[in-house]
Write a protein that binds this ligand. Sequence first.
Ligand SMILES: C[S@@+](CC[C@H](N)C(=O)[O-])C[C@H]1O[C@@H](n2cnc3c(N)ncnc32)[C@H](O)[C@@H]1O
Length: 225
Amino acid sequence: MIVKGNRLEIAFIDDENALGTKILIILLVKPKHMLNASINPPATYSEILKQSQAIQFSMPSDLETGCLIRSLAASKPGGVFLDIGTGTGLSLSWMAAGADAESTIISIDNNADYQQIAKSVFADDEKVSIICADGAAWLKSYQGPLFDLVFADAWPGKFECLDKALSLVKKGGFYLVDDLLPQPNWPQGHQPNVDQMQQTLQNRTDFVMTPFNWSTGLCLLTKVG
Ligand SMILES: C[S@@+](CC[C@H](N)C(=O)[O-])C[C@H]1O[C@@H](n2cnc3c(N)ncnc32)[C@H](O)[C@@H]1O
């Protein structure tokens, strides 16, 4: 079992010591091979995280997912990016940090209070548009250019309107989804939704998929068809 980067090992069980009691020794062992590099978040991330904690925002994406989003955005100069589920703007901060000045980013959420934090932090960033709307309605009505990266972090685009979200990815573009490993904030009985969604992704012949047993459980798809 891995606990905060360390491997949890039950190292020794003394069945019967002199006092007739049992001894259980549990060790936290640092794995032999670990990268020394660490994740360096953008300043906007740290600012948004502080404000998110102040309002007790309970659905933040994690550092690993964010770091990957930044790399994917950086791979598409002049890219067109979609962030479904702005929340307070954490994933958006990574996307904006990877995107160059010629890129455009649309971020959607139906909760204006959460988005207010993102809006204040990105007020002067011209490449970022933050839209308050129902994600499903927005996806269905979207008529603009296809996207180089769609990060799906809300029910719409993930468990609802999945085909529509996938249809909006440009050839060579990415679709990234997180929270596929059990999370404390999953609704009850959610596993079948996740299983079905992964099956749908796996069946798509117009994408190649990399599943990651890492971060919160990610699937990265690249459009090939
Ligand atoms: C997991 S959080 C997003 C977290 C964010 N991406 C981050 O990096 O911290 C999911 C978000 O989806 C939003 N949401 C839920 N239902 C929605 C809907 N029908 N349309 C748009 N947004 C929705 C919630 O308000 C919430 O902010």
